[in-house]
Design a protein around this ligand. Structure first.
Ligand SMILES: *Cc1c(COP(=O)(O)O)cnc(C)c1O
Length: 369
């Protein structure tokens, strides 16, 4: 990699393999049988990752991840529904914003950015307000890298007979989620995160019965997943122009995912990346924001150095010149920056990134870490 093509240590878009990028060198017709087979094969493989082919449909949707989140909320929450949104970061806040914009009744429960939502919280909230029909949760809150206890929370929601919508955008493919043991109406993810495809489409695993009874719920034509699914089931085609190159790249990325060893191997590589990063940064004296027990191996938030000579923009540019793209912090109270562990990168790259960070801080004469 030359400095002109730096390694992206960000939560998406992220570094992809040459093979994945090369899969985009073909132009596909959306009516073409081979393209439709590619879509069908993609959906089948995605369902297999969550063990969900008996219980859920995979509905792909054009756009970035947020488009799929908005589509899932608008399609699966009926117009008279009431969503409890669990928040401990920016993506949780976005869920609440979506409810507001599309006109779904919602309540929020917010914990600090270093505090996972607990099953006990959800138990108490569901008991206190019987009108809640759905709970929306971020699995890995990418704004810090915190992991929320999905299976415990899902069990409480199921016991209360409520519906769960999971934004698993930054965890799907790397952290195990089994549709046989975790009950959910919708789980949302996208092409350009842990599957290491390119950005451009999301997909929603929607519980079959819930999707079947969702006709007429949607606030929008283009965001209607029930219609998207019904059209695809009937014709094999996407309802509107498909992101053909993105589909082809994701299909190729999934071949590599399976060759690597599927989810356990992906998880192991990211966990190694994360540990290499944490160890290396600790040697430099840089502290991570989250305790290890709640840190997902997806992205790590670090406290910025206290030295007045530190400034993120300069730091970013200097690290970029050495071949790595970092990510700004997203916290309001403390100054931080983030380093992603996901993408077509290994612990060798993470070692090199730590070296680049050390050199950049040295050049800036940042001493007070
Ligand atoms: C990346 C991400 C999204 C989607 O963001 P887009 O910018 O729309 O792709 C949603 N939720 C989480 C938790 C994410 O990490």
């Amino acid at each position: 990699m030359t400095p002109a093509a730096p390694i992206l240590l960000t939560p998406g878009p992220l570094t992809t393999s040459l093979r994945t990028r090369q899969a985009m060198l073909v132009d596909w017709g959306s009516w073409d049988d081979r393209f439709n087979q590619l879509t069908a094969s993609l959906c089948e493989q995605l369902l297999a990752i969550i063990n969900g082919s008996h219980t859920h449909h995979c509905v792909p949707l054009q756009g970035s991840g947020t488009f799929a989140v908005e589509a899932a909320m608008g399609t699966l929450v009926p117009r008279d529904g009431h969503v409890l949104v669990l928040i401990n970061g920016a993506y949780g806040k976005r869920l609440a914003k979506i409810c507001e914009v599309i006109g779904r009744r919602f309540s929020t429960f917010e914990t600090a950015e270093d505090q996972p939502t607990t099953a006990a919280d959800v138990e108490r909230l569901l008991k206190a307000d019987r009108s809640i029909s759905h709970v929306a949760l971020i699995h890995c809150e990418t704004s810090t890298g915190i992991l929320n206890p999905l299976s415990d929370i899902a069990a409480v929601i199921a016991r209360h007979g409520k519906r769960l919508i999971i934004d698993a955008m930054s965890s799907f493919g790397a952290l195990p989620i089994d549709a046989h043991t975790i009950a959910f109406d919708a789980l949302i993810a996208a092409s350009g995160k842990c599957l290491e495809g390119v950005p451009g489409m999301g997909f929603v695993f929607a519980r079959k019965e819930s999707l079947a009874s969702a006709a007429g719920n949607a606030h929008s034509l283009a965001m209607d997943l029930q219609d998207q699914h019904a059209y695809m089931a009937k014709t094999g085609q996407w309802r509107f122009t498909p992101p053909t190159h993105v589909v082809a790249a994701l299909h190729e990325a999934l071949l590599q995912y399976n060759e690597e060893g599927g989810l356990p191997a992906r998880h192991k590589r990211y966990a190694n990346n994360c540990q290499t990063l944490l160890d290396g940064m600790a040697r430099l004296g840089l502290r991570s924001f989250l305790p290890a027990a709640i840190q997902a191996p997806i992205i790590v938030t670090f406290h910025a150095p206290k030295d007045p000579r530190y400034d993120f923009k300069t730091f970013y540019e200097r690290v970029k010149a050495k071949g790595f793209i970092l990510y700004p912090g997203k916290l309001t109270q403390v100054e931080t920056f983030r380093v992603g562990c996901i993408g077509h990168v290994s612990s060798i790259d993470m070692h090199a990134a730590v070296t680049a960070i050390a050199q950049a801080l040295g050049e800036m004469e940042v001493l007070d870490i």
